[in-house]
Design a protein around this ligand. Sequence first.
Ligand SMILES: *[C@@H]1O[C@H](CO)[C@@H](O)[C@H](O)[C@H]1NC(C)=O
Ligand SMILES: *[C@@H]1O[C@H](CO)[C@@H](O)[C@H](O)[C@H]1NC(C)=O
Length: 369
Amino acid sequence: MLPSSVILCTVLLTVTICSSMNIFQRRLAPRSEKAVINEDPLRSLTKSGQVDSSSAGLNQNQAKSTNIKPASSVSSDETSLMAILSRFQSRLAFRTRPVVNTHNFDYKYNVPQACAGKTVELMIAALSRVNSFTRRQTIRETWGQFATGANKTVLLFFLGSTTDKNIQEKVAAEAQKHGDIVQETFIDSYRNLSLKSVALVRWISLYCPDSTFVLKADDDMYINVPRLLSRLRAQFDKGPLFIMGFLLKEIRPIRTEKHKWYLSTKVYPEPTFPNYVCGTAYAMTTTAALRLYVESFYVRPLFLEDVYLTGILADKASVPRISESTFSPIKIKATGCTYKTRISGHRNSPTDMRKIHAELFDPNLKCEK
Ligand SMILES: *[C@@H]1O[C@H](CO)[C@@H](O)[C@H](O)[C@H]1NC(C)=O
Ligand SMILES: *[C@@H]1O[C@H](CO)[C@@H](O)[C@H](O)[C@H]1NC(C)=O
């Protein structure tokens, strides 16, 4: 069984094939010390002239010789990014692998100060399609209400871009009004969802690295935030590095050509995916998110968002995946009682969301055992 959130991206597939050719050429070339250093993400993400080359044992010319374009949007945040990456500098594998995915999209809208000067326990990232205005507003008025300073919780919506001017104008007004929109320049499409997940781990790494937990949720999910938080805190007591969600074990890629989730053995040679959690909603510690972000530089995006982030990247970055089946990956009955014992449920209409929310937090709610 594959969850409905598992999706493919044919365009990324093309990109993947192209960059794997580059890697192939690099592998054939003798791997000099300089070549290795030039593949360092520190260099790919910073303005060459500003790199502290002394610490890397480089002179300015060598630092400038990199041809990976820096992400201009990141320039003002170089210091925080370099601090994150430097934590991984001592790992040999970090320095000897080629960078294949810089994810250097600019921000159209960003909220860089969302966590500034606050203690943040939970960063809620709702991954939302650019034109899902109603769904975002419903989240703001229901479970998103928990995102208050007193609750140490921040809510942001992650969007891609559109060429539709009317929609973009509405997004601009929404970003202005609510200040909770993070929009990157890649085209927002169902098949580009992996880019949005990388956008999320990038954002938390750059702007909220001191938070404790991150939640990723689709915009049609209802999330029982108090239940989520108590489950996360209990797990955190056992250790600060994990991803939690509805665990999928030993899932095999679909090898039937023309199937919408088809994966060729060239793109994905292994017979099974690493264990991963269903993408409709999952949570992780920020420590885990930082690792996944760093790891994303070295692994070409697969069009299956949850497989890529919580399976492949998590596996390579040695992030444990914790099974929590109350992250329901499916549609469950839209009542307060159903959600009382669950963390999440899928495919809720705005009406469902309001009904669940009103019932769940009704002090007179009575549920059969
Ligand atoms: C958290 O948010 C909810 C919903 O707005 C509110 O009822 C509750 O009092 C808040 N808790 C704290 C500790 O502020
Ligand atoms: C994904 O985003 C990239 C970058 O904006 C774009 O070129 C591509 O067309 C998008 N893919 C799809 C399937 O929309």
